[in-house]
Design a protein around this ligand. Structure first.
Ligand SMILES: [Zn+2]
Length: 110
């Protein structure tokens, strides 16, 4: 995997209900952050609420500290891009220093 300016790449996967294989009402995503190792250096849980009144959620410490609107949180933006792209399996992303996510490749396409 290529190294980015920040040195990390990310993959995203939607968690489905293990019995029905359907999406959860409030879709759950797992963001894995990779440095130089095959194992992720961090894993984050992100929820994009489908139910009115529910809030965006990321379990990283930065999300809770962030004063700016939660929509601008980098892991939220990353997952939203993943969804916009149709949730491509194997997609690999970088996050620019300003927090913008960028698609950089796909593990399944070599
Ligand atoms: Zn986060």
């Amino acid at each position: 995997m290529s190294n980015s300016s920040t040195g990390y790449v990310y993959t995203v996967k939607q968690l489905r209900d293990h019995r029905t294989q359907q999406s959860y009402r409030n879709p759950h995503y797992v963001v894995a952050k990779f440095g130089d190792d095959a194992e992720p250096s961090d894993v984050y849980d992100v929820i994009l609420p489908g139910t009115p009144g529910k809030n965006l959620y990321c379990n990283c410490p930065g999300f809770h500290r962030q004063k700016a609107p939660k929509e601008t949180h980098k892991h939220i933006r990353l997952v939203k891009l993943f969804v916009e792209l149709g949730e491509p399996a194997g997609a690999v992303f970088e996050i620019e220093p300003d927090g913008s996510p960028k698609l950089v490749g796909n593990l399944l396409e070599g």
